[in-house]
Design a protein around this ligand. Structure first.
Ligand code: GLC
Length: 545
């Protein structure tokens, strides 16, 4: 079904490296995506978002781009990519691609030139500063660990790298750089792209370069010129294309900024990802701690964003998972028994998909894939996890402590191959996968999900269909319910006199629905056979009256 308004759409995120390998080299590829379009069509999604497939040394799996105009041969050719666009369109599926323009790989020609001499015309495409008496220009910390400045011996200056040492931050102050970026984006629009996801886009405007009493984020997050740049980007590229969907990844942002980013009158982006709801297990804001999550805080954050963005006429992306997050069923659900895994995965889907915003489904989420539970650092591939391992070891953590934390937190949890069937390597590759397949693939795989009409897959399929058919899910206002309840997540949506109520029990015990909650109406979806005033463990229902 072609939907009339992009706001009613659902996006499926593909991490190509781990999706489906057709060559046997252990890496997923573009042809592998084409092979699975029928499957995605069956699920019912409207867009696929591909994480970066451009030329890259792959130190950060493609978020380190060395040529924006070329496709990484590990994934295929430009012709393959064109075919993917054509075939996706023939399936009624649109394609969004990731654009990483906060930084490039240090192998990008611009950086190679920039580094070569202080007089290079490309010097100013990046952020170079002198050190302070043999120490870096500021004390800012890289998001992947260590100081955020890297000394380059050649010219004895430091370049800024908020991520890996091989990911140098671009200098958006430079107008020629901005123009080159707009040209590149227009190239991909002309190529046939239907939308973009902009990587860490709220970090592009760096403010003052001063020491911080924290880690430096306050100087470059939602920086002084970010709205000006995004408006300029919009006007010079996709802004006037009807229905063109953009989503900005916003690191540590605020509701006020996100309203500005997405209120259509401002002509910046169509929607935003924020991550506050996924930081509910960080102790005192520290990233690498193993902690149970805080359910009440999770609800508070989701509600605050739902209300704030709705009132400001902005637009949210809603999601539990992506390639940087652990698997949601292992995190907020329960993967300790098969029954609880299935039930809680459906509950998480139901409780998210009736919120306002564009839902994103991350590959494998629709079959309830779990965390990896690796028990050896050698099994990990992610640059962030490996850096964290080093830093934690230097700080006196034991091997066991670090591995326990990585089992919860590592980005590799979501990067293992999609489990297609019960054959060797879960049907992902005939070769050796670049990262191990989760050991539970004989039970958790697409083939068995499709064969079982009660599987998690069909819950997602139904949720997408409901969103397409019921305007209230897209446009209705939201009213939080039971905000301080310790087990239930509940809210109402309202549109034109109709009320949709969503109720979910996040605990593994039965819970009575408080008396003041109206549960009359038509049950739209229910992850149990029964529906009484007492919800079963992990039961979730949505009712329309
Ligand atoms: C974003 C990406 C992440 C990447 C980082 C640097 O957060 O989602 O995977 O490592 O940006 O580009």
């Amino acid at each position: 079904m072609a939907i009339s308004d992009w706001k009613k759409s659902v996006v499926y995120q593909i991490y190509p490296k781990s999706f489906n390998d057709t060559t046997g080299n252990g890496h997923g590829d573009i042809n592998g995506i084409i092979e699975k379009l029928d499957y995605l069509k069956m699920l019912g999604i409207d867009y696929i978002w591909l994480t970066p497939i451009y030329l890259s040394p792959m130190n950060d799996n493609g978020y380190d781009i060395s040529d924006y105009y070329e496709i990484n041969p590990d994934f295929g050719t430009k012709e393959d990519f064109k075919r993917l666009l054509d075939e996706a369109h023939a399936h009624g599926i649109k394609v969004m691609s990731d654009i990483v323009i906060n930084h490039t790989s240090t192998s990008h020609q611009w950086f190679v030139e920039s580094r070569s001499s202080k007089d290079s015309p490309y010097r100013d495409y990046y952020i170079w500063k002198d050190g302070k008496e043999g120490t870096p220009p500021t004390n800012w910390e890289s998001k992947f660990g260590g100081n955020a400045w890297q000394l380059d011996e050649e010219t004895n200056q430091y370049y800024l790298r908020l991520f890996d040492v091989t990911q140098a931050d671009l200098n958006w102050e430079n107008a020629s750089l901005r123009k080159e970026i707009y040209d590149m984006i227009n190239y991909w629009i002309d190529f046939g792209m239907d939308g973009f996801r902009f990587d860490v886009i709220n970090l592009i405007s760096k403010g003052e370069f001063k020491d911080s009493d924290k880690i430096g984020k306050e100087f470059y997050t939602d920086g002084p010129k970010v709205h000006e740049y995004l408006h300029e980007l919009n006007r010079n590229t996709f802004g006037d294309i009807e229905g063109f969907m953009t989503v900005g990844e916003m690191s540590s942002t605020t509701i006020d900024h996100c309203i500005k980013y997405t209120n259509p009158e401002r002509q910046e982006l169509s929607s935003v990802f924020n991550f506050h709801h996924l930081k509910v297990d960080y102790k005192n804001g520290e990233k690498w701690t193993k902690m149970p999550y805080n359910f009440i805080e999770l609800k508070q954050i989701l509600f605050k964003w739902q209300l704030g963005i709705h009132q400001g006429n902005g637009w949210n992306a809603i999601f539990w998972c992506n390639h940087d997050q652990p698997r949601v069923v292992s995190r907020f659900g329960d993967d300790s028994t098969e029954e609880n895994r299935v039930k809680s995965a459906k509950m998480l889907a139901i409780s998210l998909h009736f919120l306002q915003g564009t839902p994103y489904i991350y590959q494998g989420e629709e079959i309830g894939m779990t965390n990896l539970y690796f028990d050896d650092i050698k099994q990990y591939r992610d640059v962030e996890s490996i850096n964290a391992y080093k830093i934690m070891s230097e700080n006196g953590f034991t091997n066991k402590e670090i591995l326990d934390i990585l089992q919860d937190k590592s980005r590799d949890n979501s990067r293992s191959p999609v489990q297609w069937d019960e054959s060797e390597n879960a049907g992902f590759t005939s070769g050796t996968p670049w990262i191990e397949v989760a050991s539970n693939y004989p039970t958790i795989n697409v083939k068995s999900a499709l064969e079982n009409k009660d599987s998690i897959f069909y819950t997602y399929q139904k949720l997408i269909e409901l969103r397409h058919n019921l305007d209230i899910i897209t446009y209705g206002s939201i009213k939080p319910l039971l905000e301080t309840h310790e087990q239930l997540f509940a809210y109402e949506r309202e549109l034109d006199g109709k009320v949709l109520t969503m109720l979910a029990n996040y605990s593994d015990q039965p819970v009575a629905i408080p008396e003041d909650i109206d549960t009359t109406g038509e049950v739209l979806i229910n992850n149990s056979e029964v529906f009484t005033r007492e919800l079963e463990p992990f039961q979730a229902v949505a009712i329309l009256r």
